[in-house]
Structure formats: C-alpha cells, structure tokens
Ligand binder design. Sequence first.
Ligand code: URA
Length: 280
Amino acid sequence: MSCARSRTAPGSAARRCSGGSSEGSGWSGRRKAGSRRWTPATARISPAERAFRSNPCGERKIAEGFARTGIPGTREERESVEKRVASWEKLRQDTLKRLGPEAVFGEGSPDARVAIVGEAPGYNEVRQGRPFVGRAGKLLDELLAQSGIEREEVYITNVVKIRPTREKGGRTSNRPPRVGEIREGMEALLKELELIEPEVLILLGNTPARALVGKSFAMTKHRGTLFRSVTGTPAVATFHPAYLLRQEGEDYRRVRRLVLEDLAAARRALEEEPELHELE
Ligand code: URA
C-alpha cells in the first residue's frame, strides 16, 4: 500500500456556484471554486445549489425544489442542473433498456458529495426498483443517520444492477455476482459517478471495493483506509450491512463499531484534504 497526497477532488468548479446566502450542515459543505481545500459547510452557497441540495434526483423534484424555495437561480445555473439531470435520466433509461426492466439503477441527490456503492440489488430492491430498501437498506439508513449523514444527501447505487440469483429446492436466493455481471454493471456505474461527481465514495463490501479500488482489496486489512479509486475519487470501504446483519452479540457490536468508524473516516475526507493510498 503506497501513499499519495490527494489530487483536486472531482467536484468541478464549473458546477459549483458562488454567492447567495449561507446555509448547511457540516456534511454538506462544498469546495470553493478553484480551491484544493474543502470549503466548510457554512460557506456561502447559491440559491440554485440550495434548491439542489434539498432535492433528490429527477427533473420534477428539482423544479419543485426551485418552486418551494421560491429562488430560481440564474438561467445558467438552472441550465447546468437540467443538463446533468437530463444526462442522468438518459443513462438510467438506456441502462434499463440494456439490462431489462428488473434492473435497479442508482438514486439520490444529483449534487451528492457522497456516493454509496453496494454490491447488487436483492428481492426487495427489484420489487421496488430502488437500491437498499430491504433489511440491509434499513440498517444502512440507521448507520448513516447515526453518522450524521442524511440519505437524501447522498447518491446510492450498486456495482451490479440485476439481482444475481440461484435456484435450489424450488427456492430462489441471492448469490455472489459473477465477473461478467460486475463488468456489465461497471459500464453504467462509471457513467453514474462521472455525472454525480461525488467527492468521496463509500464502498459496501468486497465487490465494490475490488471493482473500484483494486482486485487485491481485503476488507479486514484495508477497511477504513482512504484509497484513490479507479475514478480518481477518494474511497473508503467498509463491511456490507448484510454482513453486519449476520453477526450476533459481541461480534455484531464490534463490526457495527467498525462500520461507524469507517463512515466517520469518509465524512472527515470531506472536511480535510485527504491523504490517499493506492493498492499495489
Ligand atoms: N445489498 C446491496 O448490495 N445492494 C442493495 O441495493 C441491497 C442490498
């Protein structure tokens, strides 16, 4: 494992606006245009960005956000939001067309500073067409809340977009994704991350960690460490909530503590210039 100073984070200055009134929690602070330092949450943000932050993905939601705040932003700001949301929507529709109607695409704020990447959807996710809505998702929401992270502020997605299943004794159950499925999912995932431009990735489990940090990633050894991911974005991996659900008693408490530590490391990466490691 070698160490390197952070590059400039991928949140492009062009997309971030300046001016307007101040608002925001520690979690949602933004970098100043052209700066290599993280802008504290209390930095001034534009009305368009404020509307953006208070809205999950979707043009309609963003339009509602502008209406609700009563602050439309400049035409340039609106166009930039609309363009990115339109590209995201096209990618979503193309992916569903390519992979089928049971594919589960990512969701969340188009301006998220944090993207959470899981392995693959399960039964409940396919039924609802949304990532992390089953038992593991509920636990994830709880862990995020405990870490001071609002689900509405993040973008949540998976490496694999289709539920990998196996049949046994007339029962359908989940199975680990195959290499080809991971490759297929990565095609969409890399484009999603390019559009969202998060400043930090939280990788849940070995599948996203190996796909985005490196094949030699080992959870017990590398969890909680800030790596430079293949997209260039800082990434922290931690245990998958489904793994945590399988633990009991003291093991459950220990793993839960570790996950919370790792989420705190991701959060710190937004507030300080992070030191990034690379897997050899
Ligand atoms: N597990 C995952 O990795 N992703 C989901 O969306 C749900 C469960």
